[in-house]
Design a protein around this ligand. Structure first.
Ligand SMILES: *[C@@H]1O[C@H](CO)[C@@H](O)[C@H](O)[C@H]1NC(C)=O
Ligand SMILES: [Ca+2]
Ligand SMILES: [Ca+2]
Length: 210
């Protein structure tokens, strides 16, 4: 085999592997509305209709069938990443098809009985309405007392105790309950298990614009 063909094959194999681990979001506009007063942006309260299917066509959810559109706020981690990214810059009335790889959806855990592990999800969505939402506080910054862009267990612990105090509750930092809470947070957020939560890892509000 010539080396050019071999190289092409290697590139193809590498691409497939990368794609398999870390797919990209595909956004197709199925019903365009080019002109509108206002397009969706981060922190908007959006009202959507959607139908969600697995790759084999089996439907797992539909706001249409419930006859009730779904409202949520963009940009604060309420929905899967594929929605956060795929629903921006959209006019009311516009329809899109989002093809969302597992790493931007429910990953290797799946969700409930309906979505198996490692599922690519296909959503047909329609934006019904969009309006300004409240800008959330930058929680990451509030926790990161020494401003080094990572959260230690100690910083998270202090933050939780302070939050509890603000709600009129005493929280003992040596209690089992408190330790378990910290452990649960780090199990969930410290994805690379290096003992600290980086800004990328942090799933709460962390926007820079404030
Ligand atoms: C599609 O896949 C899901 C999950 O594996 C399964 O429950 C469902 O029966 C499949 N549907 C079809 C139409 O093959
Ligand atoms: Ca820090
Ligand atoms: Ca980490």
């Amino acid at each position: 085999m010539s080396s050019i063909v071999l190289n092409l094959l290697l590139v193809a194999v590498a691409t497939v592997c990368v794609f398999g681990q870390d797919g990209e979001l595909k956004v197709e506009v199925t019903f365009p509305v080019e002109k509108c007063d206002r397009k969706t942006k981060k922190h908007d309260l959006v009202t959507m209709h959607y139908v969600g299917k697995l790759e084999n066509g089996s439907q797992f959810d539909s706001s249409m069938e419930r006859n009730q559109p779904f409202q949520f706020q963009l940009g604060i981690g309420q929905v899967i990443k594929g929605w956060e990214d795929g629903l921006l810059d959209m006019c009311p009335g516009e329809k899109r098809r989002l093809t969302i790889p597992p790493n931007l959806a429910y990953g290797d855990k799946g969700a409930g009985d309906a979505i198996p592990p490692d599922s690519t999800l296909i959503f047909d969505v329609e934006l019904v309405h969009t309006t300004d939402g409240p800008v959330p506080p930058n929680v990451f910054k509030q926790i990161d007392a020494d401003n080094d862009e990572t959260l230690t267990q100690e910083e998270v612990s202090k933050y939780l105790i302070q939050q509890a105090l603000e709600h009129g509750q005493q929280q003992d930092e040596n209690s089992e309950e408190h330790k378990t809470m910290i452990q649960t947070i780090f199990d969930h957020e410290d994805k690379d298990k290096d003992g600290v939560i980086s800004k990328d890892e942090f799933s709460g509000p962390k926007h820079d614009e404030l």
